[in-house]
Every structure is written in structure tokens, then in C-alpha cells.
Design a protein around this ligand. Structure first.
Ligand code: HEC
Ligand code: HEC
Length: 373
């Protein structure tokens, strides 16, 4: 079950079995409440044990993020925080990492497609960075970076900050030459030399602090039964049972990709409508070269989703209601669409409840803007 790309079109039994497999593994890894929790009810087996109202049964709370011992972690985080906000890291001083993962956009992007250094439009929408440290060895919509450190180098050298892979070392030296950075590098790494690896490590350590574990859903899961309104509790039931959303957006991360090594990818039909096959973003297939991954993308977490419009890897859904309606009403037919996305025939009231529940996933924190060195 290492390759969780399961979309054999029309082979619903295989898909259901694979998802049940993920779910089991996810439960074990999260160290959660065991097998009695609410299941998505995709297979006959899970449907039989799922309570009628998942909202009234035990719910999984967020596990703590496991981090190796590192006495210099706090210093690396401080350095990474400054670098994340520092436009001098880009080729032309126009952008920092933060420019595309802003507080006011819920740490995602406001542009449907991100616009990188030199005002060059990139091919995908900026994903939400909350809980990014929980991703299991698969960053980006297609999972092509295995570590946060690799991802940071790719964003820095690639179109996002535009520095160019071959120029990263020179840029690192420039950053290290800024007087205010010297004590930060020294505290983090023992001496004040800046390098590409050190900068990537500091950015990654900082990103691992971007944790959202205090939503209304989390308070409800921990026993505060006033944390969700009645409508939101009904919305959670729709999410888990009739809507089948939890099969892919599995609590407590609201993404099964954060619970399975290497991530989990599905073809949800996004970006395929009215396009020649050759013009479709291949998604996960770019990484695996496997046809079953055609136009498949990593399942995004839905934490903070109400604050992160627009939606999808191509930013094609303008509002949360649009995205929810798309997901629940059969999605865009194409040669590789996941069978799990068959139309759920939700009523208008159920759709409203679903949207109301998704508002209970708002993250309360913001990233603190540091004083730059
Ligand atoms: C121009 C906008 C832009 C800038 C600047 C930018 N990013 Fe991003 N970021 C994106 C986009 C777009 C993606 C998704 C790209 C893809 O999947 O192909 C992304 C993806 C990510 C991811 C993967 C998240 C996940 O869930 O897999 C991380 C982590 C990240 N960015 C961190 C950073 C860091 C660190 C920097 C600075 C070095 C940075 N970003 C700069 C737009 C940007
Ligand atoms: C088969 C797995 C699967 C199921 C079932 C599923 N989703 Fe998704 N969802 C995805 C994938 C994959 C994406 C990303 C698609 C893309 O951008 O190409 C996504 C994206 C989303 C987004 C946009 C998130 C963002 O940050 O852009 C929302 C909102 C969403 N889904 C809600 C739902 C709801 C509500 C349901 C239930 C009615 C549901 N999904 C069912 C796999 C699934």
C-alpha cells in the first residue's frame, strides 16, 4: 500500500478496499481512538460499524507533530522565520516565501495561479501551508518533493523566487553577508556561514511550527460539545456518511495524504473540462509516469478551507460553495475520474450544512511577521 494512487475507473470494489486499507493504516499511525471511530463507510465492512451519526461518536483529535531532538531548534526557527519573510531571498527582491502563502489568504494564495518572480504566472495555485510538517514525504500538488528542505530549495531556485538552481549558492552567500543574519546563522548552526542547505533547513524548521490543531472541530473532538452548532454537527455527519468526503479528506487532518507515506492522489476531474488531453496538467503522473496517475493530485487538507479561496490545484473554484458543489455532484467526467466522486445527490440543506461544518475548520493562528535582520 505504498502507492496510494487508486482510480481504476469503474472498479469500485478495488477502490473501496484500497481506501479501507488507508484508513486502517491512518488510524494506527495517528495513534488515535482505535477502530470504533466514525468511518467513511465506503465498503460494506466499514458501513456496518459506522455510527449513524459520526458527530455523536468518538472523533480523532490532532496528534502532536513528532520532531527529533535538536537543541538548536529554536534558533533555526528564528532564522527560518526571518528568511521566510525576506524578499531579498528572491532573484529580484520582489517576493518572499510569505508573498504567496499570506495570513490574509489563510496561508494559501489569492491568485488562481500563483505569480512568481518577474511576474511570471506559474502553472498551479498556492496550497495552504497549515500543518505542512505533517505531510508524509510528499510535497507539492503532485508530491514531487520528498522533504520540506528539498521543497524549499525548489521554490527558491525555481519560478517562485526565481533565483535559478545554479545561483543558489551565490544567493546564500549574499544572505550570509547581511550583518544582521550573522548572529542568527551562528546561533542556529554554530558559525555564521550561510549555505543553501542551512537556509533550506531553517526554512523547513520554521514551517514545521505552522500547526493548526485548535479549530472548533478539535475542541468538539476533545469534548466541548458547544464548539459546533447543531447545523455544523449535521454537516459533519453529511461529510462522513452521505457525502463520503471523509474517505479522502479524512479527519483529523482532513486529508488522507497526511496519513499515508508518499501521499494519496486522486483524479477529481479538476482542470480536464473542455481540454485536449495534451493540454491537461498530468499531476501525479509527471512523477510516476504511470497512466493511472493521469491528472491526479494530492488530497488537500481542508483545515482553514473557508478562508482560502480560490480552490483546487488550478484555482478554478472561486468560492467554497462552488468547490463543495463540484465535489459532491459527480465532478468532471474524464477517463480517470475516481469512482469515489460519484454524485452524492445532496439536498440544498445538506450542502449548506456541509459548508457550515467546513467553517468549523478555521485555524485561529497567524504567522508572526518578524523584524528583518
Ligand atoms: C510565487 C508564489 C510562491 C512563492 C514565492 C512561494 N511559493 Fe510555495 N507554493 C506555491 C505554489 C504555486 C505551490 C504549488 C506548486 C505545485 O504543486 O506544483 C507551492 C507549494 C509549496 C509547498 C508545498 C505544500 C504542500 O502541501 O505540499 C510548500 C511547503 C511551500 N510552497 C513553501 C514555500 C517556501 C518555503 C517558499 C520560499 C522559499 C515558497 N513556498 C515560495 C507558490 C509560491
Ligand atoms: C476521491 C477522493 C475525494 C473525495 C471523496 C472528496 N474529495 Fe475533495 N478533493 C480531493 C482532491 C484530490 C482534491 C484536489 C483536486 C484538484 O485540485 O485537482 C480535492 C479538493 C477539495 C477542495 C478544495 C480544497 C483546496 O484547498 O483547494 C474542497 C473544498 C473539497 N475537496 C471538498 C470536498 C467535499 C466537501 C467532499 C465531499 C462532498 C469531497 N471533497 C470529497 C479528493 C476528494
Amino acid at each position: 500500500m505504498t502507492r496510494m494512487t487508486v482510480f481504476a475507473v469503474g472498479i469500485a470494489v478495488v477502490v473501496a478496499a484500497a481506501v479501507a486499507g488507508c484508513k486502517k493504516k491512518a488510524t494506527t499511525e495517528a495513534g488515535g481512538t482505535g477502530t470504533g471511530g466514525p468511518g467513511p463507510g465506503t465498503g460494506a465492512g466499514t458501513a456496518a460499524v459506522a455510527p449513524a451519526r459520526p458527530s455523536q461518536g468518538p472523533l480523532q483529535a490532532m496528534p502532536a507533530l513528532a520532531l527529533p531532538d535538536d537543541p538548536a531548534r529554536a534558533a533555526k526557527i528564528a532564522l527560518g522565520n526571518a528568511l521566510f519573510f525576506d524578499k531579498r531571498l528572491s532573484v529580484d527582491g520582489s517576493r518572499s516565501c510569505y508573498s504567496c502563502h499570506l495570513n490574509e489568504n489563510g496561508l494559501g494564495g489569492a491568485d488562481p495561479l500563483a505569480i512568481g518572480a518577474g511576474d511570471k504566472t506559474l502553472t498551479r495555485h498556492s496550497p495552504v501551508l497549515w500543518n505542512v510538517g505533517y505531510q508524509k514525504g510528499a510535497f507539492y500538488w503532485d508530491g514531487r518533493s520528498a522533504t520540506l528542505e528539498d521543497q524549499a530549495k525548489a521554490a527558491w531556485g525555481g519560478g517562485n523566487l526565481g533565483v535559478g538552481k545554479d545561483n543558489l549558492a551565490a544567493k546564500a552567500t549574499q544572505m550570509g553577508a547581511i550583518a544582521g543574519y550573522k548572529p542568527l546563522f551562528k546561533a542556529a548552526f554554530g558559525d555564521d556561514a550561510a549555505s543553501v542547505d542551512r537556509i533550506a533547513q531553517a526554512l523547513a524548521e520554521y514551517e514545521r511550527t505552522i500547526v493548526c490543531a485548535d479549530t472548533a472541530y478539535d475542541r468538539f473532538a476533545k469534548g466541548d460539545k458547544t464548539a459546533l452548532t447543531d447545523e455544523q454537527q449535521r454537516g459533519l455527519d453529511v461529510f462522513m456518511i452521505k457525502g463520503q468526503c471523509g474517505a479522502c479528506h479524512t479527519p483529523p487532518h482532513f486529508s488522507i495524504a497526511m496519513q499515508v507515506d508518499g501521499g494519496v492522489y486522486f483524479n477529481a476531474g479538476v482542470g480536464t473540462a473542455g481540454k485536449d488531453e495534451k493540454d491537461v496538467d498530468l499531476g501525479r503522473m509527471t512523477v510516476t509516469q504511470n497512466a493511472i496517475d493521469w491528472a491526479a493530485f494530492k488530497v488537500p487538507s481542508l483545515r482553514n478551507v473557508a478562508r482560502t479561496a480560490p480552490y483546487f490545484h488550478d484555482g478554478s473554484a472561486a468560492t467554497l460553495a462552488d468547490a463543495v458543489t463540484y465535489m459532491s455532484s459527480g465532478a468532471q467526467a474524464n477517463k480517470n475520474l475516481s469512482a469515489l466522486l460519484a454524485a452524492k445527490n445532496l439536498t440544498a440543506a445538506e450542502t449548506a450544512e456541509l459548508v457550515s461544518f467546513l467553517n468549523a475548520l478555521d485555524c485561529t493562528g497567524t504567522l508572526a511577521e518578524p523584524k528583518l535582520p
